[in-house]
Design a protein around this ligand. Structure first.
Ligand code: 13P
Length: 246
């Protein structure tokens, strides 16, 4: 049985004041013992603030990226052990915005996945195709390559300790979500690629998830939750999505 999982990716949004209001509202609105596991991935600078609000509230937290290096002369980078030090449980790796704007390759994403697992974090490995790739029928090849790179580096046992998020690039921040059937087709394919332990791995969908399209996505047999961007900045929306997954 895979526990539903809904993760908020705040991206580069927030301020101490806005975060305080959002976190207080989240804690207030979250039903006790909600069946869905909830996670907030905040900008690095705000992780400590998030932790102060969420410790003992049954909401985990994590980061949106991390360095592939353990420590040392890497100006501006944040290591996995620093995230552990702050109490993070999760880290997003290979988000399409990292791949697109920071040139992260499949190999680098795989190495970050390994470094996160070795530190004791749970990686949320993002995969997904661009509109151009979808229109040229390349979706499944792109995703197979992204997954294969990770699998080669971390093996089946590493995959079994990870979460995978399918985020079609054309659906991110566009208001244009994949339909439940489109998402399920790719999720089924991903699960098939994961090998023997794939049945236990939680597969999240991300890309314009809102409270009004969440239920249809979560009805699909291979969609175990969501990685939510914009809607995670509105407490009421985020909790509604979490309830739809339960
Ligand atoms: P939106 O929900 O804003 O489309 O963002 C999705 C996403 O990229 C989450 O990581």
């Amino acid at each position: 049985m895979r526990r539903p999982l809904v993760i908020g990716n705040w991206k580069m949004n927030g301020s101490r004041q806005d975060n305080k209001s959002l976190l207080e509202e989240l804690v207030f609105l979250k039903p006790t013992n909600i069946q869905t596991e909830l996670v907030i991935c905040a900008p690095f600078l705000y992780i400590e603030q998030v932790s102060r609000h969420l410790v003992e509230q049954q909401i985990s937290f994590g980061a949106q990226d991390m360095s592939v290096h353990l420590n040392g002369a890497y100006t501006g980078e944040i290591s996995a052990s620093m995230l552990i030090d702050l109490g993070c449980r999760y880290v997003i790796v290979g988000h399409s915005e990292r791949r697109q704007y920071h040139g992260e390759s499949n190999l680098l994403v795989a190495q970050k996945t390994l470094a996160s697992l070795q530190a004791g974090l749970i990686p949320i490995i993002c995969v997904g195709e661009t509109l151009e790739q979808r229109e040229s029928a390349g979706t499944l090849d792109v995703i197979a390559d992204q997954l294969a790179a990770v699998k080669t580096v971390v093996g089946d046992s590493g995959i079994s300790r990870s979460v995978i998020a399918y985020e079609p690039v054309w659906a991110i921040g566009t208001g244009l979500s994949a339909t439940p059937d489109q998402a399920q087709d790719v999720h089924r394919f991903i699960r098939g690629q994961l090998g023997a332990t794939g049945g236990n791995v939680r597969l999240l969908y991300g890309g314009s998830v809102k409270s009004d399209n969440a239920a249809g996505l979560f009805e699909q047999p291979d969609i175990d939750g969501a990685l939510v961007g914009g809607a995670s900045l509105v407490a009421r929306e985020f909790i509604k999505i979490a309830l739809a997954a339960a």
